[in-house]
Design a protein around this ligand. Structure first.
Ligand code: NAP
Length: 232
């Protein structure tokens, strides 16, 4: 590859995604900062010195338009970070809220990945990172069977995203594309989070960047935090 790898990060106008863009750009990648709000994305991209890409992961036509723009300009995509996510707050099992959460956290990542598959294949060394969470695991203390009351939509959507990660990794095992899920840990992306024990955003972003910059013989189909495997 002669030109720098091209990376697209969804939901990157703020929070973790924004910092992932900063770290990938610092490593020399060409970074496209995905944002559903073009104005907010443009401000963030200018601040970081990267490109903005208009992208709402719940809008199939918009995803295909973004894919066509990137195909025309770069001819490939080397790194796709499915970072866009929402927490949802359906403690009472409100199905509209549950569907809205899945629309971003699962189907958003799914349809974005499928749309970009040809471009990920084109470079021959594609990396897909699904930004997931230990709360979607069956094997972590904070995971699915955690007895504390939590709105169920978010952890269940992340468990489904984890399953999608495994499935895609299996299906694409001969393509050179590595597909992994990365948990940033509990990070300080909302006011007051530090007081609750959240760690700094750059640490969480580094956990994602690790999976986005794996060598060709790196793992595929795993869930990782800080480069270490987490149980499913
Ligand atoms: P955040 O600060 O709430 O940022 C979420 C980002 O996703 C925003 O840029 C938001 O855009 C974007 N987004 C939401 N819906 C979208 C859509 N339909 N299309 C495109 N972008 C959309 O969240 P965060 O804390 O940085 O979390 C980022 C990722 O890390 C999420 O997947 C989250 O589940 C995961 N995670 C976070 C933590 C944590 O402790 N924070 C822990 C584990 C995993 P707008 O600005 O337009 O709303």
């Amino acid at each position: 590859m002669t030109s720098p790898p091209v990376a697209l990060v969804t939901g990157a106008n703020r929070g973790l995604g924004s910092e992932v863009c900063r770290q990938l750009a610092a490593r020399g990648l060409t970074v496209l900062l995905g944002s559903r709000d073009l104005e907010a994305g443009t401000v963030a991209a200018k601040r970081l010195g990267v490109r903005v890409q208009s992208l709402d992961v719940t809008d199939p036509a918009g995803i295909h338009h973004a894919r066509d723009q990137i195909a025309e300009e770069y001819g490939r995509l080397d790194v796709l970070v499915n970072n866009a996510g929402i927490f949802g707050n359906a403690v009472d099992g409100d199905l509209d809220d549950i569907r809205a959460t899945f629309a971003v956290n699962l189907f958003g990542a799914w349809q974005t990945t499928v749309a970009f598959e040809p471009l990920l294949r084109a470079g021959g060394h594609g990396r897909v990172v699904n930004v997931s969470s230990g709360v979607g695991s069956f094997g972590t203390p904070e995971g699915i069977s955690n007895p504390r009351p939590v709105p169920p939509a978010y952890p269940v959507s992340k468990a489904a995203l984890n399953a999608l990660t495994v499935r895609l990794a299996v299906e694409w095992r001969h393509t050179g594309i590595l597909v992994n899920a990365a948990c940033p840990g509990f990070i300080a992306t909302f006011p007051g989070a530090e007081k609750l024990g959240a760690r700094p955003i750059p640490e969480g972003a580094a956990s994602v960047v690790w999976a986005a910059t794996l060598p060709d013989d790196g793992p595929s189909g795993g869930l990782f935090r800080d480069g270490q495997p987490l149980p499913w």
